[in-house]
Design a binder for this molecule. Structure first.
Ligand code: ADP
Length: 178
């Protein structure tokens, strides 16, 4: 686990399974239906249990770049914020929509008085977003939100499932003197 300071807040890069993290809130890289899927979404639903799906059914789905919140049920995390990353297309809009996921998740976290949040590498699995580009968008979007919300204390964890993802986040932080 690597600890960084971004905008005077603690930001961690860790290689882990997000469903095991003992933080207040984890973010799910969901799809628009919010009814579960593969990858991190499937792992979160499996560990949280059937009650999570029951609550998700009441939410009416979620648009790309938006975020919705549920309880965490059997997860160690109290809350799950479900956000829908863009399916990578190679257009300029991808980066905006991916940044929206991070920003809207943090907005929702602040609204619920959440002070620790863990993000997976949204869109970099089945949705095909190139990892290096997605890492830059993720870190810069979080940095911007922290800069825009200086009075809000929050700890942010970038939870990398595999070593390749962890190494790319670490290399990005090193290269940018973060
Ligand atoms: P997307 O559809 O947004 O691409 P995926 O779940 O396919 O979502 O992949 C997003 C990222 O989540 C990938 O980097 C993948 O390796 C990672 N991931 C998969 N399972 C877990 C998990 N249990 N904890 C954290 N990250 C995970």
């Amino acid at each position: 686990m690597l600890r960084l300071k971004i905008e005077e807040r603690d930001v961690y890069i860790t290689q882990d399974d997000i469903t095991k993290l003992d933080c207040e809130c984890i973010v799910n890289a969901a799809n628009k239906s919010l009814l579960g899927g593969g990858g991190v979404d499937g792992a979160i639903h499996r560990r949280a249990g059937a009650e999570l799906l029951r609550e998700c059914r009441t939410l009416g789905g979620c648009e790309t770049g938006e975020a919705k919140i549920t309880k965490g049920y059997n997860l160690p995390a109290k809350w799950v914020i479900h956000t829908v990353g863009p399916i990578y297309s190679g257009s300029k809009r991808d980066a905006k929509l991916l940044a929206d996921c991070y920003r809207n998740s943090l907005e929702l976290a602040a609204k619920y008085n959440i002070h620790s949040i863990a993000f997976p590498a949204i869109s970099t699995g089945v949705y095909g977003y190139p990892l290096k580009e997605a890492t830059e968008v993720a870190v810069q979007a979080v940095k911007k939100w922290l800069a825009d919300n200086k009075d809000y204390s929050i700890e942010v964890i970038f939870c990398c499932f595999d070593k390749r993802t962890y190494d790319i986040y670490k290399a990005y932080a090193d290269k940018n003197n973060i």
